[in-house]
Design a protein. Structure first.
Length: 461
């Protein structure tokens, strides 16, 4: 799908997701023992799901063709024949369009599948088919390799987050105005699921609300403050910015039982006042599977697998990626709820987009390629509050499309968020983030690009 600017519908909706979710307080939910864990085994409505995906694509195409009157939406049978028989390309759309809009639209396809009885993985197949349908029939441009990957994998991560959050709003036993308000709120948060519930009549059908829709542990928290970042090009300090950060924590791999992908996930986003780059960072980290290696009264070691969605847009530095990891998770209880946690992720990067010289990438301004990476995180805190934490991340990306070079990215973070009064915290000394990229170009020596950031903030938990 094509986008003409960074103020996209996906960006607006992403902000709405976090603002609505921030209304939920931290809690450890204890539900009645007789509460239904799930409704009767869901029947997969395969043909209905495919029809709803086609309906969604048709509606989006109609808006672009007849209201926005975009050139790329002018399709005909000749275009469809060319797209069906031709080869895929790497497109040159803007960074926000490819790394934010496409995963968001993938989330629509994904939730149509989830609400029609599909599992996480089965909904991923439907997301791929919805993306492929759009690429072939919805545009007069050749199908795009990066669009298919970003829509399919990003749709999995963002889609399941939307599914979990909208489940927390819905109440199948409510009626009248309350039911209508809850369905409307869930539909705004999750349009794909909202469409499916209306089509199948679930939006007004009274029945039990599955217990699994309410997580035992959930927390949302916010921070606001001042951000100072360096300019990688000039080597000098950039303009100061106002910063707003929002975070969600759903489930806990050490405290909760794990049954399905994303029974535990984390979502973080940072917004700054610079107009061209309002959303500066977004991360989704969802647990796909976990098994205990060691369980002791005071400490635990788990082996897990995660899916990651990453989006960074900071001045001249842009990184977006879809990746998966094998991970070691460690927790040591110090006193009461106070603990030390550490995680080591070994990542396989399915596809990453990294900022580069526009003159070498057909004016696109970023390269595409897969890669490998590792992340080490450690924190001292009391769930979900991290008092002190550090993180180091390194990734190597093999460029498949763009400038003739590979990339080595190194990123270091340090933050402190100290409780001051009840739910109020203070970032004493703030947080320090250092982004480093080395361009490994054959026969050419190019120095590393460092992007330091410093922030001070107050937090509300």
């Amino acid at each position: 799908m094509r986008s003409e600017g960074t103020n996209s519908a996906a960006l607006v909706h992403f902000t709405l997701v976090l603002l609505l979710a921030a209304a939920f307080p931290a809690h450890a939910e204890e539900l009645p023992a007789d509460a239904p864990v799930a409704p009767a085994p869901a029947r997969r409505h395969v043909w209905l799901a495919l029809g709803e995906v086609t309906l969604a694509n048709t509606a989006i195409w109609s808006v672009n063709r007849f209201i926005r009157k975009t050139d790329w939406s002018d399709v005909n049978p000749e275009v469809w024949k060319r797209n069906l028989t031709g080869s895929f390309e790497w497109d040159a759309d803007k960074f926000t369009a490819n790394q934010l809009d496409h995963p968001y639209h993938g989330g629509i396809y994904y939730n149509i599948g989830r609400d029609n009885g599909f599992t996480y993985w089965e909904s991923g197949v439907l997301t791929f088919l919805g993306s492929l349908q759009w690429e072939v029939f919805g545009e007069n441009n050749p199908p795009s390799t990066n669009d298919i990957i970003n829509t399919s994998l990003g749709g999995l991560a963002i889609g399941e987050v939307l599914y979990r959050l909208s489940s927390m709003i819905l109440d199948n036993g409510a009626t009248g105005w309350k039911r209508g308000g809850l369905e409307a709120a869930a539909g705004l948060l999750n349009p794909g699921r909202g469409l499916s519930r209306v089509v199948r009549g679930e939006a007004w059908r009274v029945g039990p609300t599955p217990r699994e829709w309410t997580p035992r542990h959930f927390s949302s928290f916010a921070r606001a403050g001042y951000l100072q970042e360096g300019d990688a090009v000039t080597g000098q300090a950039g303009q100061g910015q106002l910063l707003v950060g929002l975070s969600l924590r759903y489930g806990d791999p050490f405290l909760d039982e794990f049954h399905k992908p994303f029974d535990s996930f984390a979502m973080d986003a940072s917004f700054i006042t610079r107009q061209a780059h309002f959303l500066s960072q977004a991360e989704v980290q969802g647990l796909l599977a976990v098994t205990p290696l060691v369980r002791r009264p005071q400490w635990q070691v788990l082996l897990g697998a995660y899916q990651f969605y990453d989006y960074v847009d900071i001045g001249n530095y842009q990184v977006g990626s879809q990746s998966f990891s094998g991970s070691l998770l460690y927790r040591h209880v110090l006193n009461g709820s106070l603990d030390v946690r550490a995680t080591l992720d070994l990542r396989g990067v399915a596809l990453a987009a990294l900022s580069s010289d526009p003159s070498e990438t057909n004016e696109r301004g970023y390269d595409y390629g897969p890669g490998l990476g590792a992340t080490l995180r450690a924190a001292l805190g009391s769930w979900p509050w991290e008092y002190v934490g550090l993180e180091f991340k390194a990734s190597w990306i093999r460029t498949l499309d763009g400038a003739p070079n590979d990339h080595l990215i190194q990123e270091g973070r340090l933050h402190a968020d100290i409780p001051v009064f009840r739910e109020l915290g203070l970032g004493l000394g703030g947080s320090i983030q250092l982004f480093r990229r080395d361009s490994l170009i054959l026969d050419e020596n190019i120095g590393p690009q460092a992007n330091p950031r410093f922030q001070v903030f107050v937090s509300w938990h």
